[in-house]
Write a protein that binds this ligand. Structure first.
Ligand code: PEP
Length: 248
């Protein structure tokens, strides 16, 4: 059986002081649970959070990474550097990266390949925008994103993957996909993984839903057959709300 996995995505929020305040509160609220938990924070706070969460089950993730280990790439952070800091997860292909920084499936594929060469678990984001959903193209779009991102990724690597289905129209908008819409796409993603690899890999891949997940809707979403977890933006900024989601 797949272990539920709930990750927070702080995006470009919080200062170091805020991160410390969050971590202290979160550690007091955190109960031993079968749900895997991670906070994906801005690069500059990853080392700090690794220290603050050391000795706990709370993992730390990055929100992006570059595929080259080192070189003249001003402003970039390599997977090798994240490995050095001991980061556990890394979000790749978040819709904000695709939309504002022009990340293509080909670039995402290079980043995934480098992540799979080491121990960090990638969280690959896929999802359609509003226009694509209105034209009923969501399945085509998500299939293309999966095929592009996973080109050349081996079955052993794919079995380690976390996929986050995040309809762009539901991110940070307060609009949540209905649990059934989310489940339908997550089932489609699992079937696509089976077609690309095999049934065993499809059974192992952890699929999260992301898009305005909050304490009030987490239980219904998490109870869906093909939804194994959530990628949580806004509600992960508040320790109490995030813990309530983990406690679904
Ligand atoms: C996200 O940042 O990936 C996200 C889903 O954000 P929110 O929960 O705020 O919609």
């Amino acid at each position: 059986m797949r272990t539920p996995f709930i990750a927070g995505n702080w995006k470009m929020f919080k200062t170091g002081r805020d991160a410390v305040t969050f971590a202290e509160e979160f550690k007091t609220l955190y109960k031993d649970t079968d749900v895997k938990t991670a906070i994906c924070a801005p690069y500059v706070y990853l080392g700090l959070l690794k220290n603050l969460f050391s000795g706990t089950e709370i993992k730390v993730g990055a929100q992006n990474a570059f595929y080259e280990d080192e070189g003249a790439f001003t402003g970039e952070i390599s997977v090798k550097m994240l490995e050095d800091v001991g980061v556990d997860y890394c979000i790749i292909g978040h819709s904000e990266r695709r939309q504002y920084f022009g990340e293509s499936d080909q670039l995402i594929n290079r980043k995934l390949k480098r992540l799979f060469a080491g121990p960090i678990t990638p969280i690959l984001c896929v999802g359609e925008n509003l226009e694509q959903r209105e034209k009923e193209e969501q399945y085509l779009i998500v299939r293309d994103q999966l095929v592009g991102a996973l080109a050349g990724i081996t079955p052993e690597q794919a079995a380690r993957l976390v996929i986050a289905y995040e309809p762009v129209w539901a991110i940070g908008t307060g609009k949540t996909a209905t649990p059934q819409q989310a489940e339908d796409m997550c089932e489609f993603i699992r079937n696509a993984i089976e077609a690309l690899y095999n049934e065993d890999i499809a059974d192992e891949v952890v699929i999260q839903y992301g898009g305005s997940v909050k304490p009030a809707n987490a239980t219904e979403i998490m109870n869906m057959d093909n939804i194994d977890g959530a990628l949580v933006g806004g509600a992960s900024l508040n320790a109490k709300d995030f813990m309530e989601i983990i406690d679904f």
